[in-house]
Design a protein around this ligand. Structure first.
Ligand code: NAP
Length: 318
C-alpha cells in the first residue's frame, strides 16, 4: 500500500489551500476531493458571486474560485483523487485512509470535509414525499429549474444563506418569501438590507412552515405564526431550506473529539485535533466564522503544522 507524507480529505478552500502549501513544501500531498458526498470544491460550488474573498475587487463566482484553487494545488504536484473517503483508521500510524477506490497510508492527515446544508422534518417535505420535487436545500443549485419559474417561492431561515438564496431566487420567481421564526434576521447588516429593500422579497416574521402539500410537486405550504399559533395555507411553487449546516464527520467514526454541535475540536489557535498528526481545517472545525477566507486560512495553518509535525517526527516520512 502506498504510504504518503500527508493525505488531505476534502476540497473546499481549506483542502485546496492545505494542498497548495503542502505541495510547495515538497510534502507531495494526496487530496481526496470527494465524488458522491458533494461537489468537489465544497459549498462554494453551489454559490453565486463571492464578493468578500480578498483579491477579487469585482467578485468571482464560487465555482471559478474553486477551479483556480484546484489548478493551483495540481500545479505544485498535489495528487488529486476524485473519490470519497469511506473510512479512516487513526489507531495505527501511519494512518489508514480508505477511499471508495484507493487505500493509502499517511503519516499526517488533514480533515477538511466542510459541512452540509441541514433540512427540516416538515410533514410532506421528507424523502419519498415532496423532497426534491420543489423542495431543495440549495437555491443556487436548483433555483433555475423550470418548475420554479414565475412562482411564489419560500425560503426558511434568517441568516446570510437565507437572504442570499432569496435574492438569488428573485431572478426566476414572481415573489420570494423568507420565513423566519423570529422577528430579527441573523444575517449581516448588508445582506439583511438587501432582502429588506428588495421589491420581490417579503419577510414573514415569527413564522414556520408546518406542512407542505402537493400531488407530484409542491403546490401549497402551511405557514404557522409561532406567536398566536394561527395557520394559513398559501400557494407555493417551491420551498428552500437555508437553516445552516452539519459538519461532515461521519467517516471519522468517533475517532476525533467533537464539540456538542458536531464540529471537530481543535486546540485553540491551531488546527491540531486530539489525535497527534491529525489536523482539521475549514468549516468542519469552525462553527463561528465559516467563511471561504477563514477556511483557506486554516488550510494554510494545517499544512504548516503538518510540516512542523513531520519534522519533529525525525523525518520518518521520507
Ligand atoms: P446561520 O447563520 O446559522 O443561520 C441559520 C438560520 O436558520 C438562522 O436564522 C436560524 O434562526 C434559522 N434556523 C436554524 N434552525 C432552524 C429551525 N429548526 N427552524 C427554523 N429556522 C431555523 O446559517 P447560514 O445562513 O447558513 O450562514 C452560515 C455562515 O455562512 C455564516 O457565518 C454566514 O455569515 C456565512 N454566509 C455568508 C454569506 C455571504 O457573506 N455571502 C452567504 C451565506 C452564508 P435563528 O436566527 O432564530 O437562530
Amino acid at each position: 500500500m502506498k504510504v504518503v507524507k500527508v493525505a488531505i480529505v476534502g476540497s473546499g478552500p481549506a483542502g485546496y489551500t492545505a494542498a497548495i502549501y503542502a505541495a510547495r513544501a515538497k510534502l507531495e500531498p494526496t487530496l481526496f476531493e470527494g465524488f458522491y458526498s458533494g461537489p468537489a470544491g465544497g459549498q462554494l460550488m453551489t454559490t453565486t458571486d463571492v464578493e468578500n474573498y480578498p483579491g477579487f475587487s469585482e467578485g468571482i463566482t464560487g465555482p471559478a474560485l474553486m477551479e483556480e484553487c484546484r489548478k493551483q494545488a495540481a500545479r505544485f504536484g498535489t495528487e488529486i483523487l476524485t473519490e470519497d473517503v469511506k473510512n479512516v483508521d487513526l489507531s495505527c500510524h501511519p494512518f489508514l485512509v480508505e477511499g471508495a477506490k484507493t487505500k493509502i497510508k499517511a503519516h499526517a492527515l488533514i480533515v477538511a470535509t466542510g459541512a452540509t446544508a441541514k433540512r427540516l422534518e416538515i410533514p410532506g417535505a421528507g424523502d419519498g414525499e415532496l423532497w426534491q420535487k420543489g423542495i431543495s436545500a440549495c437555491a443556487v443549485c436548483d433555483g433555475a429549474m423550470p418548475l420554479f419559474r414565475d412562482k411564489e417561492l419560500y425560503v426558511i431561515g434568517g441568516g446570510d444563506s437565507a437572504v442570499e438564496e432569496a435574492v438569488y431566487l428573485t431572478k426566476y420567481a414572481s415573489k420570494v418569501y423568507i420565513v423566519h421564526r423570529r422577528d430579527e434576521l441573523r444575517a449581516s447588516k448588508i445582506m439583511a438590507e438587501r432582502a429588506l429593500n428588495h421589491p420581490k422579497v417579503e419577510l414573514l416574521w415569527h413564522s414556520v412552515i408546518s406542512r407542505v402539500v402537493g400531488k407530484e410537486f409542491v403546490e401549497k405550504v402551511m405557514i404557522k405564526n409561532v406567536e398566536d399559533g394561527k395557520e394559513e395555507e398559501r400557494v407555493a411553487g417551491g420551498l428552500f431550506f437555508a437553516i445552516g449546516h452539519t459538519p461532515n464527520t461521519a467517516f471519522l467514526n468517533g475517532q476525533l473529539r467533537l464539540h456538542g454541535n458536531g464540529y471537530i475540536v481543535v486546540e485553540p489557535g491551531t488546527t491540531k485535533t486530539n489525535v497527534q498528526g491529525v489536523f482539521a481545517a475549514g468549516d468542519v472545525q469552525d462553527h463561528v466564522y465559516r467563511q471561504a477566507v477563514t477556511a483557506a486560512g486554516t488550510g494554510c495553518m494545517a499544512a504548516l503544522e503538518v510540516e512542523r509535525w513531520l519534522g519533529h517526527q525525525g523525518d520518518e516520512s521520507s
